[in-house]
Write a new protein. Structure first.
Length: 167
């Protein structure tokens, strides 16, 4: 009986300390097992809106304008992953009404330096706010909350319209 008692008292603290250390390590490192990995999160890697409607992918769609009273340009990329050409229309609450064709298996860009130009005068929305834009691609449609940016960032400065435009 003495032997068991000595054994329990001499190994007990070490067993308790080891168990406490193992439990602490499990709690500290186990948090990652229950946390969402940020590299798995999908996000828009730009300032514009994005979405998919059927075979049409809309990427980095945004308006750029100096102010609400001035002209604004719609900027973005449309990709057609389908086997047939798509008739695309774009409408918005601030007066955009545009139509163009996106050939099968290719893309077009819209903007001042793009394949198509879509401008509205006035843009009628203060930069920093958003505009709902409806994109119809084929027989399906998609509404995107599209930001209005100004030319304060160097990459957008050349995209701000300077003269009066028509939608």
């Amino acid at each position: 009986m003495i032997r068991q008692r000595l054994s329990a008292t001499t190994t007990g603290p070490w067993v308790n300390a080891s168990a406490l250390t193992a439990l602490s390590l499990l709690l500290v490192t186990g948090c990652a097992a229950f946390s969402e990995q940020t590299t798995d999160l999908q996000y828009t890697p730009s300032d514009g809106a994005q979405g998919d409607v059927g075979a049409l992918a809309v990427r980095n769609l945004f308006f750029v304008a100096a102010d609400a009273e001035g002209a604004g340009s719609l900027v973005g990329v449309f990709l057609n992953a389908g086997d047939e050409d798509l008739d695309v229309t774009i409408t918005s609450d601030n007066g955009v009404d545009a139509a163009f064709d996106v050939p099968a298996g290719s893309s077009i860009s819209i903007g001042p330096d793009g394949d198509e130009t879509v401008e509205v005068d006035p843009v009628d929305v203060v930069p920093g706010r958003t505009v709902p834009v409806t994109v119809n691609g084929g027989e399906a449609s998609l509404e995107l909350v599209t930001p209005v940016l100004d030319g304060s960032l160097p990459e957008y400065a050349d995209l701000v319209p300077t003269a009066s435009a028509t939608s």
